[in-house]
Design a binder for this molecule. Sequence first.
Ligand code: NAD
Length: 243
Amino acid sequence: MRFKDKVVMVTGGAAGIGRVTAEAFAREGARLAICDLNPEAGAEALTALGPEASFEKVNVADEAEVSKWTEQVVQRYGRIDALVNNAGITRDALLLRMKESDWDLVLSVNLKGAFLCTRAVVRHMAQQRSGRIINVASVVGVVGNAGQANYVASKAGLIGLTKTVAREFAARGITVNAVAPGFIETQMTAVLSDKIKEGFLAQIPMGRAGSPQDVADAVTFLASDQAAYLTGQVLHVSGGMYM
Ligand code: NAD
C-alpha cells in the first residue's frame, strides 16, 4: 500500500495505459481523480477505482476545463500528491502529406495538455512542498519515427518539459520524470497494420509488445517514495527498443 490516502490525478484515465495505471494506484490505496474526453469509458473505468475515486470529462488541451478540474480535485480531496500526464493521440502521416490541423491537434493534446495540467497542479504541490509528476512520453520522442512528425515532436517536447519543470521545482520537493513506452498493446496500437506491427516487433530485443501494466509499474515506481531522489529522468519501458 505505497499510496495509502495519496491523491493521484491521471489524464486520459478511461482506457489503455491510463486506465491500468489508475487501477494500479487504486490497488495500493490511492484516491484517484481521472479525466478523459470519453465520458462513457470514463464512467466505466471509475467502477474499478473504489468509492473515493472521481471522473471528469475534460479536454486536457482546454485551459478552462483543466483549471476547473484541478480546483474540483483540490476542493474534494484537499491536496494533490501525483499527476500522471497520460492523455495522448496520434494523427500519423508522412511529413509531405501531414495536414497542419493534424500537427496542431497532436501538439495541443500531447504537449500543451501536459503543460496546462502541470501548471494547474504544480502550484498546489509547491504549497505542500511535495509532489510527483510523471509524463507519458514515448521511445519515438527519443529516436524519431517516420510518419509521426507531429507525435514525435510532441513527445520530444514533453521530455524537454519534464527536464525543465524538474529543474524549476526540485527545491520544492517536487519530482518530475517521464516514462518512454515502446510498443504497448492498447487501442492506440490496435489500429496499426500488421506490417507496421511486425516492423515494431522486429526492433524489440525482448521480442514482444509491452502491456499497459508494464508501463503502470514504471509510473507507480516513479510516484513512490522509492524514487524520491530521481528527477528529470526518462525511464524507457520498451523491452530494450532503446538502450
Ligand atoms: P489510448 O488511445 O488507449 O488511451 C488514451 C486515452 O486518452 C483515451 O481514453 C482517450 O479518450 C484519452 N484522450 C485523448 N485525447 C484526450 C484529451 N484531449 N483530453 C483528455 N483525454 C484524452 O492510448 P494509450 O496507448 O493508452 O496511450 C496513453 C499514452 O501513452 C499516450 O500519451 C501515448 O502517446 C503514450 N504511448 C503509448 C504507446 C503505445 O504503444 N500504446 C507507446 C508510447 C507512448
